[in-house]
Write a protein that binds this ligand. Structure first.
Ligand SMILES: O=C(O)CCC(=O)C(=O)O
Ligand SMILES: [Fe+2]
Length: 334
């Protein structure tokens, strides 16, 4: 399935069946990253969200700072505020971001900047969040099928039934990111987003052509591997979306599914052109009260001794796990 120049698999998920599920679990248990075709997102939606994002980040910083990120992980994160790799980084990531919590009954759950309240922007954000939720449900169903989860315990619904963003509280976040280009800096020296794993269950990433920068520490080759931009297969569809497994799915499956370390570091081509990078991310999290207990899968059961399978370990909830990770990232007290 992989195109020769692409280090991660490209999987068409338009059909939900055992064959697609097998391909997804194979990719999720090797690189932990994969491109998805057949997501249902359109080129028009992708163009619109990147246009909105650029307009937002061009606003004066004082305006953006009126809605600062708070302990609920929603709002504006100013340049260098976030430190994704606190153990090795001496200063924050050179990027800005805005985090939206998932709307409840079509309404935001945080104070919204006027810019995002404009009817067209509001409709776009709400619509994209809904599509991200649906896509994650489909991916979670496929992963459950691929892991052969016991039918009597919930089968293909085991993961998806624990994800109800917008109905139950969760850490799910829809995020706009902006990494300003820096023409002069040495490419090798500039880390745009420090090495980290994602905190939830799954992450969806939308990126743009000629704005590459994401690298994964491949569990297969153990080396930093740049992830390319893949063009759309036709004029109507959005380009393939990059998916990665995050901590909670890895923990749930005793490490069988890989939550791979990744970072953002502009390649020479992007560095030389001084090009900015914009990305749009959906972090999918289980409902806060979800217990991170072993998954009833024969495949996971064979991998004794790690993650949720560890005997004698205190079972924590998804919400507690997220609180711990955010406290480290932003220097918040626990
Ligand atoms: O912008 C990117 O490509 C990566 C963002 C990322 O890894 C994150 O925000 O967790
Ligand atoms: Fe990430």
């Amino acid at each position: 399935m992989s195109k020769p120049e692409c280090p991660v698999a490209v999987i068409d998920i338009s059909v939900v069946n055992k064959e697609t599920a097998k391909q997804l679990v194979e990719a999720a248990s090797t690189q932990g990253f994969m491109f998805i075709e057949g997501s249902g997102f359109t080129a028009e939606e992708a163009d619109a969200v990147f246009k909105m994002s650029k307009e937002y980040f061009e606003l004066p910083v004082d305006d953006k700072n009126k809605y600062p990120i708070s302990e609920n992980n929603m709002g504006y994160s100013v340049m260098k505020q976030e430190i994704l790799d606190p153990e090795t980084q001496t200063s924050g990531d050179p990027k800005e971001a805005f985090n939206f919590g998932v709307f409840e009954k079509g309404q935001p759950i945080q104070p919204m900047p006027e810019f995002f309240q404009q009817a067209e922007n509001f409709k776009l954000i709400a619509g994209l969040q809904d599509k991200c939720k649906d896509l994650c449900k489909r991916l979670l169903t496929l992963l459950a099928i691929g892991l052969e989860i016991d039918e009597t315990a919930g089968g293909s619904e085991w993961f998806s039934s624990r994800h109800n963003p917008g109905q139950h509280k969760s850490g799910s976040i829809f995020r706009l990111l902006y990494y300003p280009g820096q023409k002069k800096a040495e490419p090798e020296e500039v880390i745009r987003a420090g090495a980290h794993t994602d905190y939830g269950s799954l992450t969806l990433l939308f990126q743009r052509e000629n704005q590459e920068g994401l690298e994964i520490l491949s569990p297969v080759t153990k080396s930093w591997t740049p992830v390319p931009y893949l063009p759309a297969k036709d004029q109507v569809s959005a380009p393939p979306i990059l998916i990665n497994i995050a901590d909670q799915l890895s923990f749930w499956t005793a490490g069988i599914l890989k939550s791979s370390i990744h970072r953002v570091k502009f390649p020479a081509k992007v560095q030389e052109s001084g090009q900015d990078r914009y990305s749009v991310v959906y972090f999918c999290h289980p409902d806060d009260q979800t217990l991170l207990e072993p998954v009833p899968s024969p495949i996971v059961a064979r991998a004794k001794g790690r993650g949720a399978n560890l005997d004698g370990r205190e079972v924590i909830t998804a919400g507690q796990h997220l609180e711990n990770r955010l406290a480290a990232t932003y220097g918040w007290k626990k």
